[in-house]
Design a protein around this ligand. Sequence first.
Ligand code: IPR
Ligand code: MG
Length: 189
Amino acid sequence: MKFWTKFSSSGLTDSLSSPLYIEGEAVRLRHPVQTDTKSMVEQTQNMQNGIAAPRVVVVVCLLKGKKVLLGRRRSSIGDSKFSLPSGHLEFGESFEECAARELKEETDLDIKNIELLTVTNHVFLEETKPCHYVAIVTRAVLADEDQEPRNMEPNMCDGWDWYEWDNLPKPLFWPLEKAVQTGFNPFRP
Ligand code: IPR
Ligand code: MG
């Protein structure tokens, strides 16, 4: 069953049975949401068969001794926040493949012993760019302990460094912040 939500230029007119029109086109949503027309235009950038869809990202807790690798983001999403290396899951990829690829792309590091730890759900409909992400949180270690991270995407990140889990920098980017709030600890066996 498909739900529809109708918007007017003045904002939300909530109805499960009315279409949402953005620039003349009807857009299907599975749930009515509280936001305005401009936000909806942004939100519906990720469409699958005409339905606004969540995206999947894989984040990696790369552990070295008592430290974890973090970088300060440069991005319209989470700008200036400290983030685990992360990236969007590509079609056909396993979580482990995505983790290894993203680490290589962003830090030039090779990793091993990639394990799934937890999943976090992030729904931000009130942001300038509303979005919905499911974050697959993994853990890994360096394939070669002597490797050092390189900032491979300086337009996306200020640089990578190792931080003590008990003394994380602030502010943290959502996936890590949410995990920490729930008592998550990647160092637990
Ligand atoms: P990419 O795929 O560009 O590495 O994604 P990202 O690191 O900017 O974003 C993934 C995190 C989500 C939660 C925005
Ligand atoms: Mg990334």
